[in-house]
Design a protein around this ligand. Structure first.
Ligand code: NAP
Length: 280
């Protein structure tokens, strides 16, 4: 349907979308590779989602990202959804295939995993037990992707335990649900602890966890990137642990999407990091 010399458009479907850093990332790569195109924001209210999705192919878009509140609602509007996105229960990237059909993916969990590897190249999902805090959509993507990439033990703690149980049921026996009150005990022996709650985000109270039991070699990851260092990451860094914020996830989920839309696998360069840092 598309040819390389056509002006390529991709964008973000969400409600709201104004806070997104994705235009900075994709427009940086488009300029870097000299690809004529643009990544734009599409504020689409829930009742207009179906019309907007029908327009994706008709208007010649290469695809789009999907964010709150459309990540589940978009499922029946797509021609296919890949296995991982099904297990996660959410689509965050749509690709218009050569025949004009729409495929759905979810790169958030794999993006998080890659961001940890970027910071700690020796780490693998099966390096040791992992503690994930939170059981919202982001936690589900991280847990399902860690399991798919060979994690042996994922401890999952959430303030509302039933949501953690739902993820464990969907992902399988590799996920051990931990009561929220026991989250600090669950730090024992971990290779990675990941904050996938919204606690610690700008304007929210910090994550309530003491890190005394966090092993010295463990990596502390946070999906949040505003602020760039949450109180949780600051506490882990003060103890000498390697820390990774959510910017790495954002950048690493964007790479395969850009490749699918524009046919080039882009890199995370220092120029790109500077362009994003300038937005804070
Ligand atoms: P969500 O579906 O709304 O889930 C929020 C989670 O945070 C729930 O598990 C909730 O627990 C927990 N929570 C909220 N306040 C808490 C507190 N004070 N103490 C303990 N737990 C608390 O959100 P989401 O979509 O999963 O996103 C989670 C975070 O990841 C957000 O900050 C989001 O911005 C970030 N994120 C970043 C990226 C990225 O590109 N870096 C991508 C996706 C998400 P309950 O279930 O008990 O309410």
């Amino acid at each position: 349907m598309t040819t390389p010399h056509q002006f390529g458009i991709a964008g973000l479907l969400g409600w709201p979308v104004a806070h997104s850093r994705s235009p900075v990332i994709h427009n940086h790569w488009l300029a870097q590779f000299g690809i004529p195109g643009r990544y734009v924001l599409f504020p689409v209210p829930p009742e207009k989602l179906e019309q907007a999705v029908r327009g994706i192919q008709v208007l010649g878009l290469r695809g789009c990202n999907v964010t709150t509140p459309h990540k589940q609602a978009i499922f029946p509007m797509l021609d296919r959804v890949d296995d991982l996105a099904r297990r996660i229960g959410a689509v965050q990237t749509v690709v218009v295939e050569k025949d004009g059909t729409l495929s759905g993916f979810n790169n958030d969990g794999n993006g998080f995993i890659q961001s940890i590897k970027d910071a700690a190249p020796a780490w693998r999902p099966d390096s040791g037990p992992i503690l994930v805090l939170g059981a919202g959509g982001a936690a589900r993507a991280v847990v399902a992707s860690l399991a798919a990439q060979g994690a042996k033990e994922i401890r999952l703690a959430n303030r509302t335990i039933d949501k953690a149980r739902e993820i464990a049921d969907a992902v399988g026996a590799v996920v051990k649900v931990v009561p929220w009150e026991q989250r600090e005990d669950a730090l024992d022996g971990v290779a990675l602890v990941a904050n996938a709650t919204s606690a610690g985000a700008a304007g929210k109270p910090p994550l309530d966890i003491a890190l005394d039991r966090l092993p010295a070699h463990a990596i502390a990851g946070d999906l949040i990137y505003v602020p760039p260092e949450t109180p949780f990451l600051a506490a882990a860094r003060a103890r000498g642990n390697v820390t990774v914020n959510g910017l790495g996830l954002l950048l690493n989920q964007a790479r395969p999407a850009f490749n699918a839309w524009f046919g080039v696998m882009p890199e995370i360069t220092s120029e790109l990091l500077r362009a994003i840092e300038a937005t804070f």
